[in-house]
Design a protein around this ligand. Structure first.
Ligand code: AHG
Ligand code: MN
Ligand code: MN
Length: 345
């Protein structure tokens, strides 16, 4: 049997040989991976555990929280509080930042997460996930404030997600390409199953929620119309469509076989720049996608270059195979009046 490389070994090599990470960041990633394992156990219980249905509360964005949103958030907080690797955390499910309690040592990193991505799929047994992003605490003063989190995605020290699907897979970047680790349930271990993942530059597969078509801006409409026109249209080839409604699952497919994912601004809520969250969803996914040779924009600008103005900021997202993202971005820059793509509010 060929030599199996564990997550720990991968991280030790990133620390020792490549000098990419330090001991605190290594511990941080190990702790997040352990928390994902605990979330995976809860997910797998399904109707046998008390994890399905709504929690009877709303998050700061006015979305109804599912029990698993709350459980996953608690698991991540509890796991990460005491190790000495973090200064503070921020989550899609919490109004404000969560400081590491005084009784624990304070570390040099900030952790952001979408504890449970794809909440509408929990109760119907479709793939869901956890997304995370790691930033450095800006300076060495003791306190941490919300503004310390407002760094561009290009400043991320690490990012990743765990997809709870037919397999449980952890996907990670520390800025040295993208690696995938599959959970070996018998051993309870993360095993490296793909390294230096590359997204093909071109694709014949797009992912968008087509039910919003009538609300889209013209450049998005044009791009999808051209895909739908198939062989006879300007693209000269037939396209396929997928939409899981879990960003984690859609991005995982794109990292695995290519494709383009769009959750654009639309006229349903014209004052919001988009549905997805910059800090918990767009930035970590953009980092992964770029590290795999793909691209990620908000229709006009590189997502990783955006300067966030608030923690729960939303953003328009186009990501995946590089040439397709460039095409969609080009259509926006060519035709769209500046006001049609909402700047970050
Ligand atoms: P979350 O469950 O964290 O709120 O995220 C759901 C997101 C994302 O995962 C997915 O791509 C999108 O919402 C689906 O939205 P629609 O239901 O509007 O298609
Ligand atoms: Mn999400
Ligand atoms: Mn979520």
């Amino acid at each position: 049997m060929s030599q199996r490389v564990s997550l720990t070994q991968y991280l030790v090599e990133q620390q020792r040989e490549h000098g990419r990470i330090n001991a605190q960041l290594r511990l941080l990633i190990e702790v997040v991976a352990r928390a994902c394992k605990r979330i995976a156990i809860q997910v797998n219980k399904g109707a046998l555990g008390d994890i399905l249905g709504t929690a009877g509360s709303e998050n700061v964005q006015g979305e109804v929280q599912k029990k698993l949103d709350v459980i996953a958030n608690e698991v991540l907080i509890e796991a990460n509080e005491w190790g000495g690797h973090l200064a503070a955390m921020a989550s899609e499910e919490m109004d404000t930042i969560h400081l590491v309690p005084n009784r624990y040592p304070q570390g040099e990193y900030l952790l952001l997460f979408d504890p449970l991505d794809g909440s509408s799929n929990i109760d119907v047994n479709v793939s869901i996930g956890t997304i995370f992003s790691v930033l450095r605490k800006p300076d060495q003063h003791h306190g941490v404030a919300e503004k310390d989190f407002l760094q561009p995605g290009s400043a991320q020290a690490a990012a990743g997600y765990c997809v709870y699907g037919p397999q449980t897979t952890l996907v990670l970047t520390v800025g040295d390409g993208v690696a995938m680790f599959t959970l070996d349930r018998e051993q309870g271990a993360w095993v490296l199953t793909a390294d230096q993942v590359r997204i093909p530059e071109e694709t014949k597969e797009f992912a968008i929620n087509m039910s919003n078509m009538r609300h889209w801006a013209p450049p998005v409409r044009r791009y999808i119309d051209e895909c739908l026109a198939g062989k006879e249209g300007p693209r000269g080839k037939d396209f396929n469509m997928r939409w899981v409604a879990s960003m984690v699952a859609d991005v995982h497919r794109i990292l695995s076989r290519g494709g383009v994912f769009l959750y654009p601004w639309d006229r349903r809520e014209p004052d919001k720049p988009g549905k997805l969250r910059l800090m918990y969803e767009a930035n970590p996914m953009a980092f992964l996608v770029e590290q795999a040779g793909g691209a990620a924009t908000n229709g006009r600008e590189r997502i990783l270059a955006l300067a966030p103005t608030k923690l729960h900021e939303r953003v328009s997202v186009v990501l995946g195979s590089r040439k397709e993202v460039e095409r969609v971005t080009g259509y926006h820059l060519e035709t769209e009046p500046a006001a049609a793509v909402k700047p970050a509010a």
